[in-house]
Design a protein around this ligand. Structure first.
Ligand code: CMC
Length: 428
């Protein structure tokens, strides 16, 4: 039993439960024996008070607006790291030494191509398919191709599957884009950086050489780092839940992609830019602020608010700076950025947003940058999925290696009919 305990009284009886302490963050009441001892469940829809697992990867202090990967603040990683370094850090726990980084980068680079047969899958989609629909399908289909890396009890096979996923995701996302605009697929070119390769596969054409713009490459690298992991969010929890049954790793990541797609999660970047474009000019902002505050109107300010951050999302701070830098360096005058900044200013001074602690999140400014780089809005969430794959595989590996890991199986508060007898159709 832990030093500190929490007591629960149910009727006449009292029960003590240990409090587990992490290295930082709130204590956790260990209720694993609660049902066996009391016959009662806990009720926590949306898991707002539930720690679903033990993890040593990412820590968020939502009140202070702090995000740490393996202890390193996100702004330091965004400023100084490469995406490969962050991937190594998340998966292996430490920033790599030079030779470790070289080996890791080499390994990822050697897995960038797709099986030729897999490429045929694209032709089965409509040209106007959403890239996230294609990503769900193609990533799920990887499970039918790489049979030598699906024994999840073997750490080596798990690592090969992880490398394949990280390496192939840029190729898969870029091909989804090429397919939608009717251009030929571009094969990976492994002398480029992870980000440079992705940009070339997305924006290059076979008829011409492609020069990676260093400003864009740098911005993409930072965007990927900002999206790499975020603790037990909805899509990561989905990957863990799918993986908890021992499912195929590629299928688990496809499940994560499906969850990420929603506008309350990864789809918010697309929704945020669409909203900013719809607002159009700063004079229309008050109308939208009023709608966001109106209980009768389902409209929300997209890119605002967060389940965990009750302060400025530290990723949004970095993203705002990238937006300003990219627009400046590429000499783009986008009125949407002015609308975004003014909307943020007004919302942060509005009693409704102050009281509910609603601040810009990572998605508020990312659309402005991605649009300046040349991505259509439909690709935004696909880029998020690409980067988040690193976090998903790190969390999936951590879960499978955890000796306490069990299949995820929540219970419910049942409010349906109690037992009744079948009534034949002519008597109903
Ligand atoms: N605009 C207006 N009101 C809001 C907003 C918003 N964006 N977000 C929350 N609220 C209000 C909400 O109406 C509620 O008010 P009340 O207490 O009067 O009912 C209160 O704030 C709490 O909201 P909630 O929905 O209970 O909070 P949640 O923790 O369940 O939801 C959220 C978090 C991110 C889903 C929500 O803030 C939201 O829908 N934001 C817009 C979508 C968005 O930007 N999502 C990206 C999240 S960050 C990237 C990622 O993780 O994928």
């Amino acid at each position: 039993m832990a030093d500190k305990t929490a007591s629960l009284t149910l009727g006449e009886k009292s029960y003590d439960y240990g409090l587990l302490s992490g290295s930082v963050g709130p204590d956790v009441v260990d209720i694993r024996k609660l049902y066996a001892q009391t016959g009662a469940f806990t009720y926590d829809p949306g898991f707002t008070s539930t720690a679903s697992c033990e993890s040593a990867i990412t820590y968020i202090d939502g009140d202070q607006g702090i995000l740490l990967h393996r202890g390193y603040p996100i702004d330091q990683l965004a400023e100084n790291s490469t995406f490969m370094e962050v991937a190594h850090l998340l998966i292996h726990g430490e920033l790599p030494k030079k030779d470790e980084l070289d080996t890791f980068t080499y390994t990822i680079t050697r897995h960038t191509m797709l099986h030729e047969q897999l490429i045929q899958f694209y032709r089965g989609f409509r040209r106007d398919a959403h890239p996230m629909a294609i990503m769900c399908g193609v990533v799920g289909a990887l499970s039918a191709f790489y049979h030598d890396s699906t024994d999840i009890t073997d750490p080596k096979q798990r690592m090969i599957a992880s490398h394949r996923l990280i390496a192939k995701m840029p190729t898969i996302a870029a091909m989804a884009y090429k397919y939608s605009i009717g251009q030929p697929f571009m094969l990976p070119q492994n002398n480029l950086s992870y980000t440079g390769n992705f940009l070339r596969m997305t924006f290059g054409v076979p008829a011409e050489p492609y020069e990676v713009n260093p400003i864009v490459e740098q911005a993409m690298r930072t965007i990927f780092i900002l999206h790499a992991d975020h603790e037990q969010n909805a899509s990561t929890s989905t990957v863990r839940l799918a993986g908890s049954s021992g499912a195929n790793p590629f299928a688990c990541i496809a499940a994560g992609i499906a969850c990420l797609w929603g506008p309350a999660h990864g789809g918010a970047n697309e929704a945020a830019l669409n909203m900013l474009r719809e607002i159009g000019t700063p004079d229309r902002i008050p109308e939208y602020i009023a709608r966001a505050k109106d209980k009768e109107d389902p409209f929300r300010l997209m890119g605002f608010g967060h389940r965990v951050y009750k302060n400025y999302d530290p990723r949004a701070k970095v993203m705002q700076k990238i937006a300003a830098d990219v627009l400046d360096q590429l000499d783009i005058d986008d009125p949407v950025f002015d609308v975004a900044r003014e909307l943020e200013r007004i919302a942060l001074h509005d009693e409704y947003f102050i009281e509910k602690k609603l601040y810009p999140n990572v998605d508020f400014y990312s659309g402005v940058v991605l649009s300046a780089i040349g991505f259509p809005t439909s690709m935004f969430t696909a880029l998020f999925a690409l980067a988040r794959t690193v976090g998903w595989v790190a969390q999936w590996n951590e879960m499978i290696s955890d000796p306490d890991q069990k299949i995820g199986r929540p219970r419910q508060l049942y409010t349906g009919p109690t037992q009744r007898d079948y009534v034949p159709v002519d008597k109903r």
